[in-house]
Design a protein around this ligand. Structure first.
Ligand code: SAM
Length: 385
């Protein structure tokens, strides 16, 4: 299958040519069928460039729109990998219709996200409240899908509910389902050869940045069946993912290709989802052999010594059988669980201070296993040894 391509064609036809279960992540921004007739006017009389495009108005009835939605969603489901994710964005005109069809197709909703626009188009006539958001549905192929979710990376992206000064002080909170992002404008907005806005519904790159960071890995294939100005491909390429973009309008494809050609890969910790990488497994035994722990050393919980380390990495109390650190802490804490994560609780004494055994493990990994993640992300090594 060819990747890093724009396919100029009708999306259902083109999706049906792709191998089944070959795509990791789909972002779809379909026609909303806004039902806008003619030109919109501001109260001053000037024209407002809303979405009255032919591609958005191509439907004759709700049944027609439903049938179109069913066919492209069905084709997306076929190409999506069993553990892939699909995101669909829609406004109030279409998102309920689309959502119902997604459920009919057995897609399983993980979240719906509100894109709360910082700079929404006003309701010029003052006939209703300002429509300041769109909805994005994140779904998988079923409840048991083991989809990629870079949970800690998502936290790193959350500046919506964490003040800048708190973020800089290391505070992180779960990413929520309301994203405060501006409508695409300025330099980011593509213009045609006459300097006129190329596309009426170009999406902001920052939305795609979040979605791709949350639900994919380096090298994954990201597909967009309604490419438009190729926002999805642009962000995917920059983030080190592969892309397949489908769009039936030739002009959008041509401008989109130029946009894509100009993009350079820029891969940092977010793109690598470094915050979510799992620590390599290491044994107590190997850390004792390497001199990071000593045989006979006391293990403390809440500043009280409980156990001694043995040569084989088990811990022992004079009157008890050898235990692993996880069983031992569960017993000390009188937990109803048989095992707790011992790395979270046990400490040793170093230079008259209590030091978490997890910090020592991290130090060992960073120094001996050379794991980049630890050297970059974990503090508190310095006094550990
Ligand atoms: C809402 S726009 C997508 C905008 C895009 N997300 C962006 O950031 O530029 C929908 C796009 O789908 C295209 N389109 C509509 N029907 C299509 C179809 N059946 N197959 C392929 N593309 C289609 C339209 O030309 C339009 O560019």
């Amino acid at each position: 299958m060819k990747t890093n391509v724009i396919i100029n064609g009708e999306c259902v036809e083109e999706l049906n040519k792709l191998p089944a279960e070959s795509i990791d992540l789909i972002f779809a921004d379909p026609p909303y069928w806004m039902r806008v007739d003619g030109v919109l006017n501001r109260p001053s009389g000037s024209e407002y460039d809303g979405c009255a495009d032919e591609w958005d108005n191509q439907f004759s009835s709700l049944e027609d729109y439903k049938s179109f939605t069913k066919s492209w969603l069905n084709a997306c489901v076929k190409v999506l990998k069993p553990n892939g994710s699909i995101w669909v964005i829609g406004g109030m005109q279409c998102v309920y219709t689309i959502g119902a069809i997604m459920q009919d197709l057995n897609l399983w909703f993980i979240n719906d996200v509100i894109w709360w626009k910082t700079n929404p188009t006003p309701n010029f006539k003052g006939t209703r409240i300002n429509n300041a958001h769109e909805t994005m549905i994140w779904a998988t192929k079923g409840k048991s899908a083991r989809y990629t979710f870079n949970y800690k990376t998502a936290k790193e992206l959350n500046k919506d509910t964490v003040f800048e000064k708190d973020f800089n002080a290391g505070i992180r909170k779960q990413l929520g389902s309301v994203w405060r992002i501006g409508v695409c404008q300025g330099e980011e907005r593509l213009k045609d050869e006459n300097g006129v806005k190329l596309h009426s519904t170009q999406k902001p790159e920052s939305i795609l940045y979040r979605i791709i960071a949350l639900n994919s890995k380096l090298g994954d294939i990201v597909l967009d069946p309604f490419g438009g100005t190729m926002t999805t491909g642009t962000v995917a390429k920059r983030m080190g993912r592969k892309y397949i973009m489908i769009e039936n309008n030739r002009q959008y494809c041509e401008f989109g290709q130029k946009r894509l050609d100009a993009v350079k890969e820029c891969i940092g910790d977010i793109e690598k989802a470094i915050f979510d990488s799992k620590p390599p497994r290491v044994s107590f035994e190997e850390m004792i052999q390497a001199g990071y722990f000593k045989v006979g050393e006391k293990l403390f919980y809440n500043s009280k010594p409980y156990f001694f380390l043995t040569e084989n990495g088990k811990i022992i109390r004079q009157d008890s059988e050898p235990l692993d650190i996880h069983t031992a802490i569960a017993r000390v804490k009188n937990s109803t669980a048989n095992r707790l994560n011992g790395w979270d609780y046990w400490e040793v004494r170093r230079n008259n201070e209590f030091v978490s055994i997890d910090n020592i493990r991290q130090k060992y990994i960073s120094e001996v296993k050379y794991d980049v993640w630890y050297t970059k992300n974990i503090d508190g090594f310095n006094n550990a040894r």
